[in-house]
Design a protein around this ligand. Structure first.
Ligand code: PLP
Length: 501
């Protein structure tokens, strides 16, 4: 494929015409990607990169079925949702069928930020409350209303940047957080923190409109909340007249494998009041959605204000959304996420045993984090090492990113067509690079005797089989890897409930 500009020219034009705060990946040596297919991206020289991070290209880059659905509808009609159209209602029907029954009303919008901004409007209109509880390190979007509730962003603006109506609860992180894997009931302990915030807020005469959290924190460091946390938080928030907003912008649409939505990892007894969706919903086409209950939707309508969105819910976006749902189902991408995700977790657990730099492996389905540490006991984040590895992996044509508050967590969230071979290749490369780095920095490469000694994995023969990848080990982190799951040791040291995958 012919390039319009050389890579250097593209970079120069970008520097001239694109806002300097719009950053590129690999700033020291940016990539110019000109096409992509499945889980692979190709640069201007035709070099092929394994994409381990693109959760937007959910069913695979340039999926022919999605392209066909888009083209077919574009040839026919694209217009706004003020006209009746079957795509809109069919899509709303299909999408809500994936959710618990009471989440039945959709608002189609165009980006994750738009979805979360609208969710806040719905929540505030519902009872006339204003305040929002958000989690430490959370990111919910780039518009003003969301920077305000995103500590991941507003913390960078200085210490007075938190607005008075925003309250920050501790991240329910059992590896790095306030209550860890050795706590008898981290779910309740973290929920109590939210309760305390609510009580404090009420004492000051303020009223809670919403608690918002990603069902699993992504930018916040691949954090998987302990089971039971959301139920308790929802109970406290609802008692205060607020609603529970589950942000599924990164983690929805079957990424966790067994469930379509990541909040379902908490158990069937948990149903959010509002769910927001984005990124994977259109496989790259800009679209998003807010789903809520009839009651909340009617409360929003009661203001008399019309909600009109020029592009949200247009026939082309809905055709694409429907095609994405079809592909997830037809290609059993949830099954693939479970099988490949489990295999990836097993391979990474082996790295944890082997490498002093690997402090924790946590994940579920194709949402996996590798927490790099300088010291396993102290859990000191290995930030520079993570960045080094990201660049080295790129040299080996593997795209991975580092995130979390210390940017020390390697994030796997690949297209859902990621294969066992891809997982093996990525981990083998990481293994070699970790060895090289540990040798160069004098870190002792020992058989991780200091922590998690009871984590054992199956034999290679067993685990390399798709069938051998047990569903029940779909989630693990510092605590969960010690829990009963048929693969790891039966020694139990954590009484908190394990996540069902
Ligand atoms: C959890 C979460 N919510 C919302 C957003 C905002 O989505 P968008 O960039 O589509 O506006 C993001 C984007 O990274 C996100 O990660």
């Amino acid at each position: 494929m012919e390039e319009l500009y050389s890579k250097a020219e593209t970079l120069a034009l970008r520097r001239k015409h694109i806002g300097p705060s719009c950053k590129v990946f690999y700033a020291k040596d940016p990539l110019k990607i000109i096409r992509a297919q499945g889980q692979y991206m190709f640069d201007e020289k035709g070099e092929k990169y394994l994409d381990c991070i693109n959760n937007v290209a959910h069913v695979g880059h340039s999926h022919p079925y999605v392209i066909k659905a888009a083209t077919k509808q574009m040839e026919l009609l694209n217009t706004n949702s003020r006209f009746l159209h079957d795509n809109l209602v069919q899509y709303a029907q299909r999408l809500t069928a994936t959710l618990p029954e009471k989440l039945s009303v959709c608002y189609f919008v165009n980006s994750g930020s738009e979805a979360n901004d609208l969710a806040l409007r719905l929540a505030r209109q519902y009872r006339g409350h204003q305040d929002v509880i958000t989690l430490e390190n959370a990111y919910h979007g780039h518009v003003t209303s969301l920077i305000d509730i995103s500590p991941y962003k507003f913390n960078q603006l200085g210490k007075d940047s938190k607005k008075e109506y925003v309250h920050v609860a501790p991240s329910p992180d059992i590896y790095r957080g306030k209550y860890r894997e050795d706590h008898p009931d981290p779910a309740s302990a973290y929920a109590e923190e939210v309760k305390k915030i609510i009580e404090e807020t009420q004492k000051n005469g303020r009223k809670i409109a919403a608690f918002i959290a990603e069902s699993m924190q992504s930018c916040g460091g691949q954090v998987i909340p302990p089971v039971g946390y959301f139920q308790k938080v929802a109970e406290y928030v609802r008692a205060a007249g607020g609603v529970f907003i589950a942000d599924e912008v990164q983690v929805g649409f079957g990424r966790v494998g067994k469930h379509f939505w990541a909040f379902q990892l908490q158990g069937e007894d948990f149903v959010p009041d509002i769910v927001t969706m984005g990124k994977p919903i259109g496989n790259g086409h800009p679209m998003s959605c807010v789903v809520t209950t009839r009651e909340i939707a009617e409360g929003f309508g009661a203001s008399g204000l019309e909600y009109f969105n020029t592009f949200g819910g247009n026939p082309v976006s809905c055709a694409i959304g429907l095609a994405v749902l079809d592909v997830i189902e037809k290609e059993d991408l949830q099954g693939n996420a479970t099988r490949v995700g489990n295999y990836l977790l097993e391979l990474l657990a082996e790295q944890k045993d082997k490498h002093p730099l690997v402090g924790d492996i946590r994940g579920v389905g194709l949402f996996v984090g590798v927490d790099l540490v300088k010291d396993k006991q102290k859990r000191t984040p290995a930030t520079a090492e993570a960045l080094h590895l990201i660049y080295k992996l790129k040299e080996h044509r593997i795209l991975l990113s580092a995130d979390g508050p210390y940017r020390n967590i390697l994030k796997f969230k690949p297209p859902m067509c990621f294969t066992m071979e891809d997982a093996k290749h990525a981990v083998e490369t990481l293994d070699a690079l970790l060895t090289e780095l540990e040798e160069a920095t004098g870190m002792k490469s020992e058989n991780n005797a200091s922590t998690n000694v009871q984590c054992k994995r199956k034999t290679t023969e067993e685990s390399s089989q798709p069938e051998g990848a047990s569903e029940s080990n779909g989630h693990m982190n510092g605590a969960a890897c010690r829990q009963e799951n048929g693969i790891y040791s039966k020694k139990r040291s954590v009484p908190s409930k394990r996540i069902r995958t």
